[in-house]
Design a protein around this ligand. Structure first.
Ligand code: IMP
Length: 194
């Protein structure tokens, strides 16, 4: 088994990433509390790389970093990199976004997720970016998921992320897409463990 440090302080994120990496001979770990990374990158990929590379170097282990957010077209890509900081709670973030969009008929948006895996020496081994297109509803729908899920609607599934079963969201989401791109490279590096 190879140890892979997840560059996050959130145990929920480790569990989620574990589900995507099932079948790989990896032992996932939470980053040490004293290793702090400032998200000062100007893109999702830059932030994911900052997290993965700093944590890999600090621990001398393989590390994975991610960064994600919601980009709304008519808001010039906001909340984007600031998705998590757009309000204090999920409800406040949703309320603010709906207020900013008002009655605008153009409600195209996309979720983006960047993933970076760094080697123990801090160099980037693999990276991938997943994108999921949708529209912002006028009122929230559904109770699954987190964040902006209740207002992010996928017309081809006729559901918001919050109305989807977790397996479906896993498959179609920006995070799911990014892992689908990353997995073949990870299997090549780490083998299947069989
Ligand atoms: P981070 O990638 O942990 O920095 O989080 C980015 C922020 O983007 C989250 O706090 C959410 O507000 C939002 N976000 C990212 N992915 C999703 C998702 O799948 N559903 C809903 N909101 C998301």
């Amino acid at each position: 088994m190879v140890r892979l440090v997840v560059a996050t302080g959130n145990p929920g994120k480790v569990t989620e990433i574990e589900e995507y990496l099932v079948g790989l001979p990896l032992e996932l770990e939470l980053k040490p509390e004293d290793v702090e990374v400032e998200e000062i990158g100007e893109t999702f990929l830059a932030n994911a790389a900052l997290k993965a590379c700093s944590v890999a170097m600090a621990t001398d282990e393989w590390a994975i970093g991610d960064d994600s957010g919601l980009e709304v077209e008519v808001l010039d890509g906001a909340p984007g990199l600031y998705s998590a900081r757009y309000g204090k709670t999920d409800a406040e973030r949703i309320e603010r976004l709906l207020f900013e969009l008002g009655d605008d008929l153009h409600r195209q948006a996309q979720f983006v997720c960047a993933l970076v895996v760094a080697r123990p020496d801090g160099t980037i081994a693999f990276q991938a970016e997943g994108v999921c297109q949708g529209e912002i509803l006028r009122t929230p729908r559904g109770s699954n998921g987190f964040g902006y899920d209740p207002i992010f609607y996928m017309p081809n599934h006729q559901m918001t992320f919050a109305e989807m079963a977790p397996e479906l969201k896993h498959r179609v989401s920006h995070r799911g897409q990014a892992f689908q791109l990353l997995l073949p490279q990870m299997h090549q590096q780490f083998g299947s463990g069989l």
